[in-house]
Design a binder for this molecule. Structure first.
Ligand code: NDP
Length: 267
């Protein structure tokens, strides 16, 4: 997966329009009209902003997360704005098994017949400590939420994505998923794995399906996770989740058709 801030990679089989910079993309109104998009971790932070942004662009959003009250709040806010009614799918990614994902895929199949977008956004930070003192239980749970859940979820909805004429899967990466850094432990390793999963999947799907698969590195963004990772930082200096939505809209909408196997920066 090549890292692209703007995609001008001449080796890419599917070069995007080099004039489009995802970071400053201006989405046409109702870009995602008629699309059904599943977002993990939709109750807070970047996932919440993506849910609002996609719904405002006309999509029906499926809000997946573990805290029902947060999902209900996002649901109420979207309804209050008059956007298309979302669906709530409560699921704890640390505990979900293949059957849970299958049940969800069947519900999507029954209600929509297809899925047009999947944003793997949910994630946990784990411990900020050395490998030598990292707890195995924390490591295991982090890998379950950040990596294994994305694998299981993707696998469960592949046939619904294949049924779409123009589907997009976005994985969420990080700077420490491209270059390892001390004391980022399982989080960094999970983001390397995320980049790897996206590469393998994009390669498998690019010739035979209409599904594109890319990664986004949000960059430093004003959320709870960032505040925990950098407690001394002034959050006011950071971009808000809403401000990084152009790249998400670009990759989710039809202007990125043909762009696959790449890793983008949202800022
Ligand atoms: P937040 O902590 O603000 O939000 C994370 C979301 O994931 C929450 O909605 C949370 O649900 C959900 N989640 C966590 N664990 C589970 C679980 N077991 N089951 C279901 N949902 C779960 O983080 P951000 O918005 O900052 O992060 C979003 C993504 O962006 C992550 O993948 C993160 O690694 C990545 N990222 C963020 C950066 C930043 O600066 N903010 C920088 C680089 C990458 P709940 O609210 O119920 O706990």
């Amino acid at each position: 997966m090549s890292t692209a801030t703007t995609n001008t990679d001449p080796m890419s089989k599917n070069p995007s329009d080099p004039k489009i910079d995802p970071k400053s993309y201006q989405a046409p109104s109702k870009l995602l009209s008629g699309r059904t998009i599943l977002i993990t971790g939709a109750g807070d932070g970047i996932g919440r902003a993506a849910a609002h942004s996609f719904a405002a662009s006309g999509a029906t959003v499926i809000l997946l997360g573990r805290t029902v009250a947060k999902l209900e709040q996002v649901y109420d806010e979207i309804m209050a704005k008059g956007d298309t009614e979302p669906l709530i799918f409560p699921l704890d990614l640390a505990k979900a098994n293949e059957q849970d994902y299958q049940t969800m895929a069947e519900a999507i199949e029954e209600q929509f017949g297809q899925l047009d977008g999947l944003l793997h956004n949910a994630g946990i930070l784990g411990q900020r400590t050395s490998i030598g003192s990292y707890h195995q239980a924390v490591w295991g749970e982090l890998m379950q939420v950040n990596v294994n859940a994305a694998f299981l979820l993707t696998k469960s909805v592949l046939s619904q994505l294949k049924a779409s004429a123009d589907a997009s899967i976005i994985f969420t990466s990080s700077g420490v998923g491209r270059k390892g850094r001390a004391f980022w432990g399982a989080y960094a390793v999970s983001k390397f794995a995320t980049e790897g999963l996206a590469q393998v999947l994009s390669h498998e799907l690019e010739e035979t399906t209409n599904i594109r698969v890319n990664c986004i590195n949000p960059g430093a963004t004003r959320t709870n996770m960032r505040a925990v990772a950098y407690p001394a930082e002034n959050p006011g200096t950071l971009k808000t989740p809403e401000q990084i939505m152009p790249a998400y809209l670009y990759l989710m909408g039809s202007d990125s058709r043909g762009v696959t196997g790449q890793s983008f920066d949202a800022q």
